[in-house]
Write a protein that binds this ligand. Structure first.
Ligand code: SF4
Length: 209
């Protein structure tokens, strides 16, 4: 057997990944819960992230195959110009993800908690669910452990998640139309730590300006 590194192919894969960022929809739940400035730069092509940063964003995307024993049947939900894909529903919506971080405290995953809240809100508004709770199913890929968390929201929390999401959608639409970067609004310091634009961002990573 002979083996030879194929750098040309590596470049093609990274180029495709970079291209895919530009096709991000302003209707996606996960997109709209992230920092609008980051999403603006991803879509506007003003600045290309490095290959390393691109691959950092892509990590963990293949966790769905872990659950093939119980096939995930994604459930689509749409409400008020926003579309989402719930990983699956098992008497309540379930959001699945993988991590190498501690899974002892689900509040350490604010994007996933908000995503779950947004799905619950959309299901309720479309008359498909009448509860305020759902589950996070977390796979720790270093420890090879699963953790399932029941997460309950009150009505006010669900309203807040939804109004923040719609606000991001509005300011992003305006920013892209006017070609003016929007105000940053990261969901946590961690979003900034892994942001491909952190070196370019106004001020230090995570600093709200
Ligand atoms: S570094 Fe933080 S505030 Fe700046 S664009 Fe990225 S996520 Fe937004």
């Amino acid at each position: 057997m002979n083996s030879e590194r194929d750098e040309e192919f590596e470049e093609i894969v990274c180029r495709n990944l970079r291209e895919s960022l530009r096709g991000i929809s302003l209707r996606g739940v996960k997109t709209l819960l992230q920092c609008p400035l980051k999403i603006y730069w991803m879509i506007s092509e003003e600045y290309a992230p490095s290959d390393e940063d691109l691959l950092g964003m892509a990590r963990g995307a293949s966790h769905h195959s872990i659950f093939e024993i119980q096939p995930l049947i994604e459930v689509k939900v749409e409400y008020d110009g926003v579309a989402g894909k719930i990983d699956f529903i098992h008497d309540a919506p379930v959001e699945v993800f993988s991590t190498a971080r501690s899974v002892k405290d689900p509040s350490k995953f604010p994007l996933k908690v908000k995503q779950l809240g947004a799905y619950i809100y959309m299901l309720k508004k479309t008359g498909r669910y009448d509860k305020n709770w759902g589950r996070l199913l977390i796979f720790h890929y270093n420890l090879k452990k699963l953790r399932a968390w029941r997460i309950e929201f009150d009505d006010e929390e669900l309203e807040k998640i939804w109004s923040d999401l719609k606000w991001h959608q509005k300011i992003l639409e305006n920013a892209l139309k006017l070609k003016v970067p929007p105000h940053p609004d990261p969901y946590s310091q961690r979003e900034c730590e892994f942001c491909p634009y952190r070196r370019r961002c106004w001020g230090e990573p995570g600093r709200r300006v």
